[in-house]
Write a protein that binds this ligand. Structure first.
Ligand code: SF4
Length: 444
């Protein structure tokens, strides 16, 4: 199989106006590590710039017992293109010196794999590439992930990586690695297999008090502002038995009690997927499950709510977006106010407390007004649930992006930092986040 080499995987910093660890772990990179282990002879090491549990962060608040918590941060100068945004700008994650210490501890790599998240966080990748080059010289650096997929041209020109690999890791990663290492062709997962990827390399994480779980890829819906279909062609569900085994194994190996679903559409096709998964979980060890991405309201009926409760689904976030039915028709027919009323009624009947259910409301989309957002907030509160504002971020390749370009609000060559949801809100949408948060603080 060839000579074993050392591959370093890095999860980069976040550069933003705000960031909070809301069940964030680099699942794609952990799958990449497991692919390298399964299909090559190479060894992997891992440095996580977003590791809140690094022993060098003495005194940093631990966060909530369910896994959420604040990142350490250092204020840095705002990039010129967002200088007009009246907010502080920071690098979130490990202090630079701790990152350098981590680099000094790993074996000298033969190749480095860097993942990427939001398009506007690319300065974090540039910083990682810079530190890696200072330490290891011209080691080949491969960049994958969301930014690499959505802004491939920008990433090739600006990230500093030697190779940018858009798309799912299982398709491009191993050939890219073989190319930079000069290896003979490697094996690869069979894309037609029901569950082609080996389990994520959770052993690389320092903190395993909670773990991410992905039961499906993509979404059957097609909202005009969403990148889901750009990141996953089609909607694919893993076998529920394999997901259940992964969760039970994580609990047995690491003592993990909290698991966060990363799905875009956890409840779609629920009778053949989520229901048997929840039944299996209900019969297993006592766990706390979280669904931070927002559940589809229309899928929540009496049986589903009962099974969610029995399985241990604790943190509930529902995707409502707006009570303005005209806007909802334009963005994608996802849910109506009546769907929210039904879902909350069924959840309450199953034993959930309405006041613990978060309801996502999108803000800052073209065509939205502050009074429309205020109306949505009032509606959610009137039903006893908790409105949570999700600020719109323009994503290249979506229908909303095309409308913004047609309207002259953005252009295809815009610096991806302008995709930042806070920057877009202040500079382009006319709905400033502080104004909207004041609506949230206003008495009901
Ligand atoms: S339902 Fe959610 S994940 Fe699916 S397309 Fe709409 S916004 Fe994206």
């Amino acid at each position: 199989m060839g000579q074993a080499k050392d591959i370093l995987l890095i999860n980069p910093w976040i550069y933003d106006f705000a960031a909070y660890d809301f069940w964030m772990k680099p699942l794609g990179l952990l799958y990449a590590a497991s692919l390298v282990r399964r299909f090559t002879p190479h060894r992997v090491s891992f440095v996580d710039c977003l590791d809140r549990f690094h022993p060098g962060l003495a005194g940093h608040p631990a966060g909530k017992p369910d896994g959420r918590g604040p990142f350490p941060k250092e204020q840095i100068p705002k990039p010129d293109v967002v200088r007009g945004v009246p907010r502080r700008f920071s690098r979130y994650g490990l202090p630079m010196a701790l990152f350098d210490e981590e680099l000094a501890l790993v074996p000298r790599p033969d190749a480095v794999l860097v993942t990427s998240g939001m398009t506007y966080w690319y300065p974090g990748i540039q910083a990682v590439v810079d530190r890696v080059r200072r330490k290891f010289g011209h080691v080949p650096i491969i960049l994958g992930g969301i930014y690499a997929t959505l802004c491939t041209g920008h990433a090739r020109a600006e990230s500093g990586a030697d190779l940018v690999v858009p798309g799912p890791a299982e398709e491009g990663l191993l050939p890219a690695l073989a190319e930079v290492l000069g290896d003979a062709a490697m094996g690869a997962p069979d894309p037609s297999a029901p569950d082609p990827l080996p389990p994520p390399a959770f052993d690389l994480l320092r903190d395993r008090s909670w773990l991410p779980v992905l039961t499906s890829l993509g979404c059957p819906l097609r909202c005009s502002y969403c990148a889901s279909r750009l990141l996953s062609a089609g909607f694919k569900q893993r076998p529920h038995a394999a997901v259940l085994a992964e969760i039970i194994d994580g609990h047995a190996r690491f003592g993990t009690r909290h698991f966060a679903f990363y799905d875009d559409a956890l409840l779609s096709g629920k009778r053949a997927h989520a229901w048997p998964l929840f039944e299996g979980l209900a019969a297993g060890p006592s766990l706390a499950l979280h669904a931070p991405n927002g559940l589809h309201l229309r899928e929540i009926d009496a049986a589903t709510a009962r099974l969610m409760r029995a399985a241990g689904l604790k943190s509930l976030y529902l995707s409502m977006e707006s009570t303005d039915e005209h806007l909802m028709r334009e963005w994608g027919p996802k849910a109506s106010p009546a769907d929210l009323e039904n879902a909350l009624r069924e959840l309450e009947a199953a034993g959930y407390d309405r006041s613990a259910v978060g309801v996502y409301l999108i803000t800052g989309l073209p065509g939205q007004s502050a009074s429309g957002v205020a109306e949505s907030i009032r509606f959610v509160r009137g039903l006893g649930a908790v409105p949570r504002l999700a600020h719109f971020s323009p994503i290249p390749g979506t229908e909303e992006w095309a409308s913004l370009v047609r309207a002259g609000i953005l252009d295809d060559a815009a610096d991806p930092i302008l995709h930042n949801k806070t920057a877009f809100a202040y500079l382009k949408s006319g709905l400033a986040p502080d104004e909207l948060h004041a609506l949230l603080r206003a008495p009901a």
